[in-house]
Design a protein around this ligand. Structure first.
Ligand SMILES: [Zn+2]
Length: 213
C-alpha cells in the first residue's frame, strides 16, 4: 500500500502559496464568485482573510492560551465525534458545525487519511505544532463565532447581482468566503505555517493513492 507521505504528495506551489492565492482558488470554485469583477474578488478574499484573523485574535484576547477544544468549552459548544461515513455525494467531510443545537462534529473516518499521512516532518511543515483535529475544531469555531455575532456574515458582504429588473436586484452570497475566513481563523489561532486549505489536497492525494494501491 503506497502512502502519500513517501513522495511529494502535492504540487510544491500549494505549500508555498500565499493565503491570498489559495483564497482566490477557493473563490474560483464558488458558483457565484465569477460574477464579481477581479478587483472585487481580490477585495472579498482580503476581507475574508482579515475577518478570520481578527476573529481569532479577539477570541485569544478573551481566553488567552486556550486550545481550540478549550475555547469551544469556554463558549459552551460541545465537540463530538462520529464514525459516520464522511462521504456525501462527492463531498468528503472532515468536520462540520451544526447550529441547532450548536455543536462541532468531527468525522473520525474523514480525518483518518490526514492523520495517517501527516506525521513527522511533513506534519511539522504543514501544521507546525497543531494536529488535524485542532485545525478542524478551530475552523468550525469560526462558523460558530459568525453565527452568534450580530455582524453581516462574510458570505453576504460581497454579493454579486444575479440579475436585475429595473431597480430591483436579485443578489446572492458567496459561501466560499466563509470557508476562506474559517481557514484564516484556524491559521491565526494555531499559528499554522500555511492556510489549512492545503489539507484538502493532502487528503485527496492520500485517498487516491489508497484507491489504486
Ligand atoms: Zn467551513
Amino acid at each position: 500500500m503506497a502512502l502519500a507521505a513517501t513522495k511529494a504528495p502535492w504540487p510544491a506551489e500549494f505549500v508555498t502559496a500565499s493565503p491570498e492565492t489559495l483564497g482566490l482558488i477557493m473563490l474560483g470554485a464558488d458558483p457565484h464568485a465569477g460574477r464579481l469583477e477581479r478587483p472585487a474578488q481580490l477585495a472579498a478574499v482580503a476581507d475574508a482573510l482579515a475577518d478570520g484573523t481578527a476573529t481569532a485574535r479577539a477570541l485569544q484576547e478573551r481566553f488567552p492560551g486556550r486550545t481550540p477544544c478549550e475555547l469551544a468549552h469556554e463558549l459552551g459548544l460541545p465537540v463530538e465525534t462520529t464514525d459516520d461515513d464522511p462521504m456525501v455525494g462527492t463531498l468528503w467531510r472532515f468536520a462540520e458545525y451544526r447550529p441547532r443545537p450548536p455543536r462541532i462534529v468531527l468525522y473520525n473516518r474523514g480525518l483518518a487519511p490526514l492523520e495517517r499521512t501527516l506525521t513527522g516532518s511533513l506534519a511539522e511543515e504543514l501544521l507546525g505544532q497543531a494536529t488535524p483535529r485542532q485545525v478542524f475544531v478551530a475552523h468550525e469555531l469560526y462558523h460558530h463565532a459568525e453565527t452568534i455575532r450580530s455582524d453581516v456574515p462574510i458570505a453576504r458582504r460581497h454579493r454579486p447581482t444575479l440579475f436585475r429588473i429595473g431597480n430591483w436586484h436579485w443578489r446572492t452570497g458567496i459561501v466560499a468566503l466563509a470557508e476562506i475566513a474559517a481557514g484564516a481563523f484556524a491559521q491565526s489561532l494555531l499559528d499554522l505555517p500555511c492556510h489549512p486549505k492545503i489539507l484538502d489536497y493532502v487528503a485527496t492525494r492520500s485517498l487516491s493513492n489508497r484507491t489504486v494501491a
